[in-house]
Design a protein around this ligand. Sequence first.
Ligand code: ADP
Ligand code: ASP
Ligand code: MG
Length: 418
Amino acid sequence: MALIVQKYGGTSLGSVERIKNVARRIAKWRAAGHDVVAVPSAMAGETNRLIALAREIQPQPDPRELDVVASTGEQVTVGLLSMALLELGLKAKSYTGWQAKVLTDSTYTRARIVSIDESRIRRDLAEGCVAVVAGFQGIDAKGDLTTLGRGGSDTSAVALAAALEADECQIFTDVDGVYTTDPRIVPEARRLHTVTFEEMLEMASLGSKVLQIRSVEFAGKYKVPTRVLSSLTDPLMPVEEEARAGTLITFEEDPHMAMEQAVISGVAAQRDEAKVTVRAVPDKPGIAYAILGPIADAHINVDVIVQNVSHEGLTDLSFTVARADLPRALKILKEQVQPHIKCKEVTGDDRIGKVSIVGMGMRSHAGIASKMFRTLAEEGVNIQMISTSEIKISVVIDEKYTELAVRVLHKAFELDQE
Ligand code: ADP
Ligand code: ASP
Ligand code: MG
């Protein structure tokens, strides 16, 4: 008998019929003798609808009030899913984030989980009850409602699994696992049977939204065995089969597998960044700090940074920020920085895309970067910026080539082949 935490995404709960199917799937796992904690997201589209409603009243919604509104989607699904389980004759009990004492910090709309008091859930499980705990939401030390950022119910589930020391956290979604790239962009993408935690972390941070990055961080920190699998299969498929389905995140590289493993495991793309360029700044100590210091003070995260070689004592510095932060970054640079450092101009470009290749095999293989750059050159795609880590290479390109770049890189690295 195992303790399983099962997270169900919005599409998996998109209609009453799908909610009933989720209940059937849970009932099957119970019948096989397992304890189950279910973590539903809101019904498909509901969180978007709630945020849009808030914006009709306040274009920039007050973050505390926005969380009060946005967290209601999950309050509906915990209740409905519990009812569906009761209808099947199971014992079930719903909990909101605050009832389950999911304590977070007070960063409204993207709060971090601090602790979970799992004692009540353990009592339910001991009584043979399915605990249905709302994803995406928590409560801060002041007693205010918080949400964990878009896609946050993945993190609720993995954090609960860590707190309960569950045997596995199963993330049920609308794809049957983690693919070599987003299957919506490249139909030839293949499902990975396993993916290392490090690769998953890079893929999630580089735009593969199949898992929220913080859920992957939690899985790594607490070594939670985490599996991504489909909720759109036959809910009564045998438990033994389902237990091996999807993609398992692994924490240790199997040396035999590493030998045979493809060099590259996946391609990820992101379109939510913008590029800032500060032109013709004096090339002298302290300039990067003078430019990026005020950006950091404004809590704007900087991703890729590139500085050109200097020409006659002047250089250009470019960096990327979240697209939503671009206006603020430009304002700070033009008003606070430009008068001091006397650069020629400050410009912004929000039509960029970032495409990355990820793979553990990169550590031991040469020539990966040159193959990536050659592949893009052959398609006439100009590379504006490059950034690398031990297991990834990212390039910033013109946004309009993002999907093309994903497709050609996926093919060039033979990710479509077994
Ligand atoms: P849920 O509502 O279940 O949380 P999401 O929409 O958040 O589902 O995440 C699942 C989606 O992630 C898939 O439908 C797919 O389009 C997208 N996706 C992006 N990259 C990948 C990838 N590498 N593998 C699988 N799915 C991916
Ligand atoms: N319902 C929330 C969202 O849409 C949380 C989630 O789906 O994980 O972002
Ligand atoms: Mg999601």
